[in-house]
Design a protein around this ligand. Sequence first.
Ligand code: PLP
Length: 397
Amino acid sequence: MAVPPRPDLLQRLAAQTAERGQAHLLRRLRTIEQAQGPWLQIGGRRLLSFCSNDYLGLAQHPQLVGALTRAAASGGVGSTSAHLICGHRAEHARLEEALAAWTGRERALLFSTGYMANLGALQALLATADLCLQDKLNHACLIDGARLSGAELKRYPHADAGAAARQLDARPGAAALLATDGVFSMDGDVAPLRELAALCADRHATLMVDDAHGLGVLGAHGAGSVTAAGLGQHEVPVLMATLGKALGCAGAFVAGPAALIEGLLQFARPYIYTTAMPPALAAAALAAVQLAQAEDWRRDRLAALVARLRRGAEQLGLPLMASTSAIQPLLLGDADAAMQAMRALEAHGLLVGAIRRPTVPAGQARLRITLSAAHEESHVDRLLDALQTLPLPQRGR
Ligand SMILES: Cc1ncc(COP(=O)(O)O)c(C=O)c1O
């Protein structure tokens, strides 16, 4: 019998890339030559950015830079090992204590990225016979974490606690985890956390919240969307958040009861089998946590800028999506329209991300506008002036 030729993997990948190109959906890498607050230099041009996640304007704060350089000067750059071998330094331990205290949890455990934190938490908690419920708009790494665990993954319609209840009831005997973004990364809205917590309590499911975009921005002293919803460790035993967004650094953590953290330390492979984050980065993140907690004015300023943008957009007939967070998307629908809008804004010296499928569903392409406490009112006005000149289909509807 003739054996069919073995497919060439690189050729297949190249064909998939070419298909993306034909659909005008190729992703493009751009090199930032210089960053100064919200200003970025690309190709020798200075652009005002509305696409970073530096919501509190901390990424270039002198106290972070000072903490990082001091720690690197005394302890070097690399951690030289995984946490469980000899990579766990005093800087990591101090940061974990500060994060646990800030979020009102017994303990916290650092991961190198948010992606790995979600993979690790879901893989350690779930087994193949279990059920994992997720909001349809959850971040990709929550979905991938469920896949890695082998548990049955069910995705309920966005923010629909009733649908989640029906999915839970379909498998009454299974151990279940319900995982949701706190603030949705491409939409900016907040999950119905109280409803989900009540559902999980009623059906004996475990609730996990990924607060990558809520920590630092929402809740008293920036403790996040879970605190803002009046919920604590009892209702949300698994809390994950990142250090690379409002805290202006990189890395992430999972916080919760001591037994959760001890279990992750034993079983979360993306924690165990990787080099610990540089200790100097942990020192910088600790400085960021202290600033984010203490400086409420950053949140006040961000909220004022969000209100200014929303007011202005309404006057222009631009339908921003319903969001109170720093993420203020403008839904355009068509991928080409989103790309054209992005290019037109760039011609005005503004950098705004166009988000298309597969990151968001087909037909829901958008400009993902993000604001930061590093912006000034005049920056928002400049964005509004530029948006006004775009031939956007929704205008005036
Ligand atoms: C909701 C959410 N979770 C997790 C992540 C991943 O975090 P990290 O960038 O630290 O890997 C992101 C974005 O990057 C995110 O938006």
